[in-house]
Design a protein around this ligand. Structure first.
Ligand SMILES: Nc1ncnc2c1ncn2[C@@H]1O[C@H](COP(=O)(O)OP(=O)(O)OP(=O)(O)O)[C@@H](O)[C@H]1O
Length: 250
């Protein structure tokens, strides 16, 4: 069997007495969209933070293409092709959409543009930023100030920021939170497009979107994965229904 793009083995993370990640193992296969669902406080954001390098696990290993990356910092993982969008907005409201993407790319990828002189660096950053804005459908608003844009546009901008680092693997933490109607539909269509060329990990409470998009769903409860399978398998799983989904998705 081929090596998973990303794998976690026996991860543990506690906040004081609270075990938030409890002997958790999972595999992300290249090309799939794997959703991670679970009740509030199950440890989904904490898991993404460990996978992306924002948070160090207490024990356990994380591997990318079979290489141990447990001790790599976030920007080092970005350079390997991993990117994360944030649940809490990280946008600078006084700057344009383009400046937001360009600055975030520079900050998140560390010194990956260091080989360029300053003018060429700025051009390379702007090109990467503009391409990412085009991909999420914000090209025409690139020079608008980010602050007054809508919540849905901020969400698109955050995804553009992650895409501008040219990832192979994109970790999305509740990208639909606070959106609805057309905005949400727009984002779901974007994830469908991204799915054809990227590996995606999606944390999301919107079950309609999750079941429409996911190739595989893992269910996290109290820091443990209690089930992992196709949307149909998860929908039918009695343990999942008892612990989380109830009858609503059935
Ligand atoms: N820095 C922290 N210090 C102490 N406790 C924390 C910290 N961060 C998270 N927790 C706690 O860890 C648990 C898991 O939080 P986490 O945000 O990972 O859950 P989640 O599944 O993403 O929840 P939600 O769906 O509500 O976003 C929660 O009980 C939370 O209160």
């Amino acid at each position: 069997m081929s090596v998973p793009l990303l794998s976690a083995r026996n991860l543990h993370k506690a906040y004081g007495a609270l075990q938030v990640t409890d002997d958790l193992s999972l595999e992300i296969i290249e090309g799939e969209l794997q959703a991670i669902i679970g009740p509030n406080g199950a440890g989904k954001t904490t898991l993404i933070a460990q996978l992306s390098g924002q948070l160090r696990p207490d024990s356990g290993q994380i591997a990318y293409e079979g290489r141990d990356i447990t001790r790599l910092k976030m920007h080092e993982r970005v350079r390997l092709g991993m990117a994360r969008s944030f649940q809490i907005t990280s946008i600078l409201p006084g700057f344009t959409m383009l400046e937001n993407v360009a600055m975030a790319v520079q900050a998140r990828s560390g010194s990956s543009f260091r080989f360029f002189g300053s003018a060429a660096r700025e051009r390379a950053l702007n090109e990467a930023a503009m391409a990412a804005l085009a991909e999420v459908g914000l090209e025409d608003r690139a020079h608008r100030i980010a602050g007054p844009m809508s919540h849905g546009e901020h969400r698109q901008l955050e995804i553009a920021i992650a895409l501008a680092t040219k990832p192979r693997l994109l970790l999305l933490d509740e990208p639909l939170a606070g959106t609805g109607g057309e905005e949400a539909e727009h984002l779901v269509a974007l994830f469908r497009r991204l799915k054809s060329r990227l590996t995606l990990v999606l944390i999301e409470h919107d079950m309609q979107a999750v079941f429409a998009l996911a190739d595989r769903i893992s269910v996290l409860v109290y820091g443990r994965i209690i089930a992992s399978g196709s949307p149909d398998e998860i929908r039918r799983d009695p343990a999942v229904r008892a612990a989380y989904l109830g009858e609503e998705v059935a």
